[in-house]
Write a protein that binds this ligand. Sequence first.
Ligand SMILES: *Cc1c(COP(=O)(O)O)cnc(C)c1O
Length: 451
Amino acid sequence: MHTVNDQNRAGLERVIEYALERIEMSSPPLDRCETPEALQRRAPHAITPQGIGVDAVLTEFVDVLAPACLSTDHPRYLSFIPAAPTKTSLAFDLVVSASSMCASSWLEASGVVHAENEALRWLADLAGLPAGAGGCFVSGGSAGNLSALAVARQHGRSRALDGRRLRVAVGETAHSSIASVLNLLDMDAFIVPNSGDRLTGTALSEAINADPDRASIVAVAAAAGATNTGMIDDLAGIAAVAAESDLWMHVDGAYGAAALAAPSVRELFNGIELADSFIVDPHKWLFAPFDCCALIYRQPALASAVHAQHAGYLDAIHDSTEWNPTDYAFHLSRRARGLPFWFSLAVHGTDAYRDAIEASISLARSAAEVIEVTPYLDLVMQPQLSVVLFTRHGWEPNDYTCWSDKLLMDQRGFCLPTRWKGETVGRFVFINPRTTIEDVRDLIDSLGDPA
Ligand SMILES: *Cc1c(COP(=O)(O)O)cnc(C)c1O
């Protein structure tokens, strides 16, 4: 099984052939979620002492398992945050897998680190971070937030608070991963009420000044594109408060910070250039395959002081002063997960990325206009980025769920509702440049069908 020969070559080629077919699909099936019983019945035991061979296992994957997974790149997959990897990035992901590179350190993978750092630099430049900024690619926004806030915690510890719990200021609409990360890091969230659907510097400063234990608030985690609404926190106002109160400023742009590349909304991010750390997920709106989050620090040395691992057998990677991605996050072995993003960016050029991101923003605006003139719908707020929230007249929470279930059953779309200010509302998220206004009109028509 570690050599390619006349017996196994054809099987391997069929696996690669299938990957190619999937990459080439212009319109993948949406597919569906199956019950555990159905999967147990149709895919009972693949793993046996003798092995059942490529054909049998591949058939089970293609016929049973793959159709039981939603295609996040389907143009009508508008739930959570969808994915829309470029064909180039997908093809190159196969190369990354085939190349057995461990991208932890410069010593092991200098070529990869050089290329990944070029992609990180493009993002840092979009944000306006200084030349010394840098970081690494991690698996996702949750992992990025964890590693960044671990460094923020270290910053806070310098205050010598006699063992008091440290706190991190967040807006009401901070991503769920922030609460999870704070729990892991043994810190508490200091939740500041939104004003005008986002966290502002004024609200932050008022809340801090009213707090009896201000010193224990050591950081702020701002959202640059709340996942639920797409609203961007008042980064410039927050940065001013952070400077005044010596807070570590982290910007969670996992979904939205891709729009730094979109001139039509760039000014909404003003202030991001003052962040101490920031993340954006290329696997979301930067068209890379799962899983990929760019994590960037203003002063990377503060991060390596927290995250670099030391052991006798690792000394060699620290002998040189070159860049080691492992030093900037909680990880050691590492897939070269920034490389498909880098490759596609280099192939297509950054203008193509700008245009593809602008397309989703303009689609969101058009969708909002259609919703506003549709008699049975109300727009919840004007979209800032590419999330559109709406309500359907006369619907109870269960009606939204039934509508969404039926859409998926009919393979017409995947549009889960969400909750906003205690109410169930409809939600569309656009990041796929192949989603059209006709798709949106059809989904809006389906909302007019009797529940
Ligand atoms: C998606 C998202 C995350 C979590 O990222 P994962 O890659 O899913 O771990 C964090 N913050 C925001 C704002 C997000 O949209």
